[in-house]
Design a protein around this ligand. Structure first.
Ligand code: UGA
Length: 433
């Protein structure tokens, strides 16, 4: 099929390259000239395992192209909207500027009878509003949320847990048939496909992210209680996780969730619920957010407490800057936040991340970035493990102790073995253990 994908960020670039890898002819469109130039040259604008390969193969096949000109989508049968919906500068709700601009751009050039498939995470009710605009041009619109995780984005796109189509009664059969054709090879494998109305599809996405955020904050709340009672939250998570109804996944206590999705999605959902007069239904999301943010402060406080007097002038190593491993994304990263806060308190912060140094440096040039893990550890008076990269998990406590000035470690992701580190002479502090 001929497809267009509007927005070439995490969601859009991965979707465009993945659809080409399934055999479709795809044009990716973005207003950012530099991003389009990079993608057209076969360079990924961010770190995402597996994306390079399908990008290059797609470009070489001639079936994948990128453009800044909306006119290039004129032949497409389906137009995917994959632009961002960041938090509004002036509030908690979602900024719909990019979705609205993408829709307008598509409608200027789309052929009648084509289908817009929205993938961006949007406030419930958006699809109904856009469907009316599209109908005036004879274009159909469905909501087809995306559940990809950074670090697994390609796999999640070409081999998803489920597909969700949010369609209207008026165009139900055509929309389902068109999307089934797009995803034919995925459906052949027996991937579950749920056809819902539009509000359900929009809500599925925010409900999923709210549930995940709640799960993480739940275990972090248990970490807070564990800290004052002498319990170990990692054992607690293992024990409750054996109950299949609870499950062990997303029960890792630490410095909480960050990234371009969970934090802004729970805020946007709470803001939308307020607009709908149902703020109380998701009032708990505010607490989920607060618990989450408290964990960052907790780490900063523990580091400060470890010194006799202020942290000012002390050399603190922050290992990890990305919001999670296998990503160079620093959007709302708890790790970067901790580094910035400690720096703000006058600590001599040295940071290191295997992938996120450039993105972090662009956003926070005031931090000191070490060229290597060893350099970051050199002379350190406190080491904070802030992102659970494999490289940090594998650190040898005895060897690491020889590099630092003071063997004090804050395992903010609970990835180290406390006994091994204590036996090697370290003062070890985990999260909720
Ligand atoms: C999240 C969802 O997991 C995806 O399903 C969704 O499609 C995506 O948002 C989106 O809306 O686009 P992502 O932001 O890539 O994906 O990251 P997650 O893997 O969900 O991790 C989010 C944060 O939670 C990270 O900072 C991670 O370190 C933290 N986390 C995760 C914990 O603190 N504890 C856990 O047990 C799990």
């Amino acid at each position: 099929m001929q497809l267009s994908v509007i927005g070439c960020g995490y969601l859009g670039a991965v979707h465009a390259a993945s659809m080409a890898s399934l055999g479709h002819t795809v044009v990716g469109i973005d207003v950012d000239q530099a991003k389009i130039a990079k993608l057209s040259a076969g360079e990924t604008p961010f770190y995402e395992p597996g994306l390079d390969e399908i990008l290059r193969t797609g470009l070489a096949s001639g079936r994948l192209t990128f453009s800044t000109d909306y006119a290039d989508l004129a032949d497409a049968e389906v137009h995917f909207i994959g632009v961002g919906t960041p938090q509004r500068r002036d509030g908690q709700g979602a900024d719909m500027t990019y979705v609205d601009a993408a829709t307008a751009g598509i409608l200027e050039h789309a052929k009648p009878g084509s289908l817009i498939a929205g993938k961006s995470t949007v406030p419930v009710g958006t699809a109904a509003r856009l469907t009316q605009l599209a109908a005036r041009e004879g274009v159909r619109l469905a909501w087809n949320p995306e559940f990809l995780r950074e670090g697994f984005a390609v796999k999640d796109t070409v081999d998803p847990d489920r597909l969700v189509y949010g369609v209207t009664d008026a165009t139900h059969d055509e929309d389902v048939a068109t999307l089934d054709q797009v995803y034919a090879s995925i459906l052949e494998r027996g991937t579950p496909r749920l056809v819902t109305n539009q509000p359900t599809a929009e809500l599925v996405k925010v409900a999923a992210n709210s549930f995940l955020a709640t799960k993480i904050s739940f275990i972090n709340a248990m970490a807070e209680i564990s800290e004052v009672t002498g319990a170990d939250v990692t054992q607690l998570a293992d024990a409750i996780g054996h109950d299949e109804r609870i499950g062990r996944k997303f029960l890792n206590a630490g410095i909480g969730f960050g990234g371009g999705c969970l934090p802004k999605d729970i805020r946007a959902f709470a803001a939308r619920a307020e607009e709908l007069g149902k703020g109380e239904s998701v009032a708990f999301l505010k607490q989920v957010d607060e618990i989450n943010l408290r964990r960052r402060q907790h780490v900063v406080d523990r580091v400060v407490d470890s010194f006799d007097g202020p942290v000012y002038g002390h050399r603190v190593t922050v290992l990890g800057l990305a919001f999670k491993p296998d990503s160079d994304d620093i959007r709302d990263s708890p790790a970067l936040d901790v580094a910035v806060q400690l720096k703000g308190l006058g600590a001599e912060v040295v940071s290191y991340d295997p992938e996120a140094m450039d993105t972090a440096r662009n956003a926070h040039p005031q931090l000191n970035y070490a060229a290597s893990l060893d350099e970051a550890l050199e002379g350190s008076e406190a080491v904070v493990i802030a992102t659970e990269w494999k490289q940090f998990k594998r650190l040898d406590p005895a060897d690491t102790a020889t590099k630092v000035a003071r063997p004090v470690v804050f395992d903010a992701r609970n990835i180290l073995d406390p006994t091994a580190w204590r036996n090697a002479g370290w003062t070890y502090t985990g999260m909720g253990r």
